[in-house]
Ligand binder design. Structure first.
Ligand SMILES: [Zn+2]
Length: 428
C-alpha cells in the first residue's frame, strides 16, 4: 500500500533541506519514503493506494516523546487533594500516588486512548511511556499497548515498579514486566525512583532488563529528596547507586529528569550508555529546580512527563528554560527534540522509521527556508498547524480528523472514566 503526498514541500529532518516533490510513503520499512518527480498514472495505482493533496503544505518527520505518563490523563480538572502538599514528596503522596492507586484497567484503557488521540493530533507518532497503577498491575501494559495500537501510535512501554505499596505490588510489577517482555513486546523495565526502590528490587529489575536485552526507565534526582534518601540509606548518590547496579551500562536505559547531580555523577553519566530525558514544564510545575543538561553529554531527549502530549510545546519550553540554565541555541534544542529517533534507532526499536510524517498547514507572515527553519520551529510552528499525520505509512490523522477510531467516542469514554476516578479520589 502506498500513500502519495502530492505537491508537498518536504523538509529533511536531519539536513533541513527543502525540496518540492511528491512523496511516496509505504507501510514497509525498507521502502518507507521516496521523493518522486511524477505520480504514477491513475491506471497504475493499486486499489488501496491513496493520494493526499499537500500543495502549500510542509511535510517532515513526525515527532516522538521520550517520557510520558498516560496514567495522569484523567487528572485534568480533578478535585483538589484531600491534604495540601507542601513539597515534592507530598505532591506524589497526595496527588499522583492517590490517582495511580485508584486506577483500574478500564480507566487505564481510557487514559491510553485519550493520550494516544492527543499524540496523534499533535503529530507525535512514537511514545515512551512510564506507567503506574499499583492496585491494577496485571494486564496494564497490554491494555496500553492495545489502545495505542488501535489509534496507530508506536510505543515503548514499561511498568513503574517500586516498593512503595508493599511486596505484593512489587512482585506484581516485576511479573507484569517479565510477562510483557516475554510476549515479544518491545518495552523497558520501569522503576519509579531510587527512593522508592530497595536494593533487592533494583537488583531484580536490572536482572530482568539484562535477561530481555532491555533497559531501565527510572526517575532520577527529580528532587533533592531522592539524593538525601539515597545518601542516608545507601551511603551513595543516586547515579552512583544506579551505576553500581549495572543499569547505566544498558544502552536502552532512560533516566528521567536528573535535576540534582554533582560533578562525579555528571561524569559517570557521560561515561555511561544511558539516555536522559528533560521535562522542564513538569520541573517548573513541581518547583523542584532545573538542570544544565549541557553538562551531561549528548544523549539528551525531550519528554512531557505526562503534562500533555505536545512535543512542539516541550521543545519551546526546553528552549526558553535552556537559555537561562545553559545558554542553549536553536540547533541545540532541535537536536534534543530529534534525539528520540537516535535513541530508538540505535537500540533497534520498531515503529519510528522514515514513514512517520506530519503534514503542516503553516502559513507564516515571513519567508521560510532551510536557513531560517529553526526560527519558525521555535517561534511559529505549533501543534495547531499539524493537519495530517502518517504513522508507519498509514494516514492516522487526515485534515485534522482521526482516521483510526471515533474521536468523540474516545473522549466520551475518557470523561466517563474520569468521573468514576474522581469519585474514588474523594472517598479515600
Ligand atoms: Zn515522569
Amino acid at each position: 500500500m502506498t500513500l502519495y503526498l502530492k505537491n508537498a514541500l518536504h523538509i529533511d529532518w536531519k539536513t533541513l533541506n527543502f525540496k518540492e516533490a511528491h512523496i511516496a510513503v509505504s507501510t514497509l520499512k525498507e521502502d518507507s519514503l521516496k521523493l518522486i518527480e511524477q505520480l504514477p498514472p491513475a491506471d497504475e495505482l493499486a486499489k488501496q493506494d491513496t493520494i493526499l493533496d499537500c500543495r502549500g503544505k510542509l511535510v517532515t518527520r513526525a515527532f516522538g516523546c521520550g517520557h510520558h505518563h498516560i496514567y495522569s490523563t484523567l487528572a485534568r480538572g480533578m478535585p483538589a487533594p484531600l491534604k495540601t502538599p507542601r513539597n515534592f514528596v507530598e505532591k506524589l503522596e497526595y496527588v499522583w500516588w492517590h490517582i495511580d492507586k485508584n486506577l483500574d484497567l478500564e480507566m487505564i484503557q481510557a487514559s491510553a486512548l485519550a493520550s494516544a488521540l492527543f499524540c496523534a493530533k499533535n503529530g507525535v507518532t512514537f511514545v515512551v511511556d512510564h506507567h503506574a497503577s499499583p492496585f491494577s498491575v496485571k494486564g496494564s501494559l497490554a491494555t496500553i499497548r492495545d489502545a495505542f495500537d488501535a489509534v496507530g501510535i508506536s510505543h515503548l512501554l514499561c511498568y513503574e515498579i517500586s516498593d512503595r505499596d508493599g511486596e505484593t505490588s512489587t512482585l506484581e510489577g516485576l511479573a507484569e514486566t517479565d510477562e510483557y517482555l516475554s510476549g515479544g513486546n518491545q518495552g523497558l523495565v520501569g522503576l519509579h525512583a531510587s527512593f522508592t526502590v530497595g536494593d533487592n528490587t533494583l537488583g531484580k529489575a536490572v536482572e530482568l532488563a539484562t535477561k530481555h536485552n532491555s533497559g531501565i526507565h527510572i526517575h532520577v534526582a527529580e528532587d533533592q529528596a531522592d539524593q538525601k534518601q539515597c545518601l542516608e540509606t545507601h551511603q551513595k548518590r543516586v547515579i552512583e547507586r544506579l551505576s553500581a547496579s549495572g543499569a547505566l551500562k544498558l544502552p536502552k536505559t532512560i533516566l528521567g529528569h536528573c535535576i540534582h547531580l554533582d560533578k562525579t555523577e555528571q561524569n559517570l553519566l557521560k561515561d555511561s550508555n544511558a539516555w536522559v530525558v528533560e521535562n522542564v514544564e513538569s520541573n517548573l510545575n513541581n518547583n523542584v529546580g532545573l538542570a544544565n543538561y549541557g553538562l551531561y553529554g549528548d544523549r539528551i531527549m525531550l519528554g512531557t512527563d505526562g503534562m500533555h502530549s505536545d512535543m512542539l510545546r516541550s521543545a519551546k519550553a526546553a528552549f526558553f528554560v535552556g537559555q537561562t540554565t545553559e545558554g542553549i541555541d536553536f540547533p541545540g534544542i532541535y537536536q534534543r527534540f530529534r534525539n528520540v529517533h537516535a535513541y530508538l534507532e540505535s537500540n533497534g526499536f520498531k515503529g519510528d522509521s522514515d514513514n512517520n510524517l506530519v503534514v503542516l498547514d503553516y502559513d507564516p507572515p515571513t519567508e521560510i527556508t532551510a536557513d531560517n527553519f529553526l526560527g519558525h520551529f521555535l517561534f511559529g510552528l505549533d501543534s495547531r498547524h499539524v493537519e495530517s499525520v502518517i504513522s508507519n505509512g498509514k494516514l492516522i490523522v487526515k485534515e485534522g480528523e482521526l482516521q483510526t477510531m471515533d474521536e468523540a467516542e474516545i473522549l466520551t469514554f475518557a470523561r466517563e472514566m474520569g468521573t468514576k476516578l474522581w469519585e474514588k479520589l474523594k472517598r479515600k
